[in-house]
Design a protein around this ligand. Structure first.
Ligand SMILES: NC(=O)c1ccc[n+]([C@@H]2O[C@H](COP(=O)([O-])OP(=O)(O)OC[C@H]3O[C@@H](n4cnc5c(N)ncnc54)[C@H](O)[C@@H]3O)[C@@H](O)[C@H]2O)c1
Ligand SMILES: O=C(O)C(=O)C[C@@H](O)[C@H](O)[C@H](O)COP(=O)(O)O
Ligand SMILES: [Zn+2]
Length: 367
């Protein structure tokens, strides 16, 4: 069964298709959005995903008369950097891509963010399509945040560039390593915690089937996660306000990810720890009833870490947080829970309270 959602943008709307075997439908789906065979296509993938799915996708396109070439980057967060992007621009120029060409991003969030940024910047912008292959990429493939990391911070160089379509073939999840499955559930849980209390209960009741990647449950989880994300992005495409709620867990999470060294923690692991820490912060500030324990229990049931065990000093984390993109005139802004299923933007959080929350996140305080 194929499920479809629409994301509204300033320039119209684009579909998200979720279902088993959708890679086989890609040529038809391209034609549905009006892409004809004259448009030269560059498939961007990584060296783990490419050998699994790249050839099938390229062959399908060629069989339908499309001109498609392939560009492969090394797998992992280390590829999300400017020097990689420069190399990719060279590959596209060599392959003869022009302003009527387009990019297809086949992979997880790293490929999606990197290939999306390539599309946003190549000759000042060409269209692209997201073909997510990780559970986490139900988040990264929707909403148009594309970019690369800087040694001083996550996603510090980037753009908003919406895809023309998202095609999620859930069959690809069958080859995903267990650690990446868990990592992906962090962003699924985030979507539930920020906007949909019923979805939180639904997840709590189906942990086992979701972890086994039972097709009906996993497709429903992806669909519900994409529905939350799509609804928020449709209301606030460029993060003027509301969209910041999608950053729950990310102020601490991004600080952890960059300080630990890109790739040491997966993005989902860092965000999982971050959500528990930020729930503790909300409790310290008296903003909500106790929610951190239930948050940690759910994340942990998916096999995710919920405590800060790496030896990183508070000051190092705070230094990163002071450069977070939500900081305004030096005031640290967090996305904090009011209750399960509802969060708020809270500005001007004092560093002393953050230190108390970090202490609890390390297992100090009352837990
Ligand atoms: N733009 C956004 O809105 C947004 C949202 C969330 C996360 N992100 C970004 O996404 C990135 C993390 O994405 P990710 O967790 O997908 O990581 P990833 O892209 O590095 O993929 C994880 C690993 O799984 C492998 N893999 C991918 N699909 C596979 C498959 N089907 N079978 C076997 N192996 C497969 C990859 O090669 C990689 O080694 C981070 O850089 C994060 O900042 C962006
Ligand atoms: O789409 C968004 O908006 C998000 O915040 C989704 C996050 O899960 C994602 O990690 C995003 O890349 C973070 O964006 P950033 O602007 O904080 O770098
Ligand atoms: Zn994220």
């Amino acid at each position: 069964m194929i499920k479809t959602l629409q994301v509204q943008t300033r320039e119209g709307s684009y579909p998200i298709h979720i279902g088993a075997g959708l890679h086989g439908c890609l040529p038809d789906l391209l034609q549905e959005i009006g892409w004809n065979r004259e448009r030269r296509l560059m498939l961007v993938t990584d060296d783990q995903v490419g050998p699994l799915y790249g050839e099938y996708v390229i062959q399908g396109l060629k069989d339908h008369g499309f001109q498609a070439s392939c560009l492969t980057v090394p797998a992992g967060e280390g590829s999300k950097k400017l020097s990689q992007l420069e190399e990719m621009v060279g590959d596209c120029l060599q392959a003869g891509l022009d302003r009527s060409s387009a990019i297809l991003a086949l992979g997880g969030g790293v490929v999606g963010d990197l290939a999306g940024f390539l599309a946003a910047s190549y000759m000042r912008g060409i269209p692209f399509i997201q073909l997510p292959t990780t559970l986490l990429a139900h988040d990264s493939s929707v909403g148009g945040k594309v970019g690369v990391n800087h040694p001083l911070g996550k996603n510090m160089i980037g753009a908003f560039h919406q895809p023309s379509m998202v095609v999620f073939d859930v069959n690809t999840l069958n080859t995903l390593p267990e650690r990446e499955v868990a990592s992906g559930y962090a962003e699924v849980v985030k979507h539930a915690l920020i906007r949909d209390a019923d979805f939180v209960c639904w997840l709590e009741e189906r942990v086992d089937s979701l972890r086994r990647l039972e097709p009906d449950s996993v497709s429903e989880a992806i669909w519900r996660g994409c529905a939350v994300k799509g609804e928020v992005v449709s209301q606030d495409e460029k993060e003027a306000g509301l969209r910041a709620i999608l950053n729950y867990g990310h102020t601490i999470g991004h600080a952890l990810e960059a300080t630990a060294g890109y790739g040491v923690l997966t993005h989902g692991e860092a965000v999982a720890i971050g959500m528990v820490g930020e729930a503790m912060l909300a409790e310290e500030l008296g903003l909500c009833p106790p929610v951190s324990e239930r948050t940690a229990r759910l994340l942990s049931s998916f096999g995710l870490p919920t405590r800060l065990t790496l030896e990183i000093a508070d000051e190092e984390l705070l230094e990163r947080m002071r450069r977070d993109k939500k900081v305004k005139q030096g005031r640290l802004t967090f996305i904090l829970p009011r209750e399960v299923g509802c969060v708020d933007r809270i500005g001007g959080v004092e560093e002393a309270v953050i230190r108390r929350a970090l202490d609890r996140l390390r297992g100090g305080g009352e837990g």
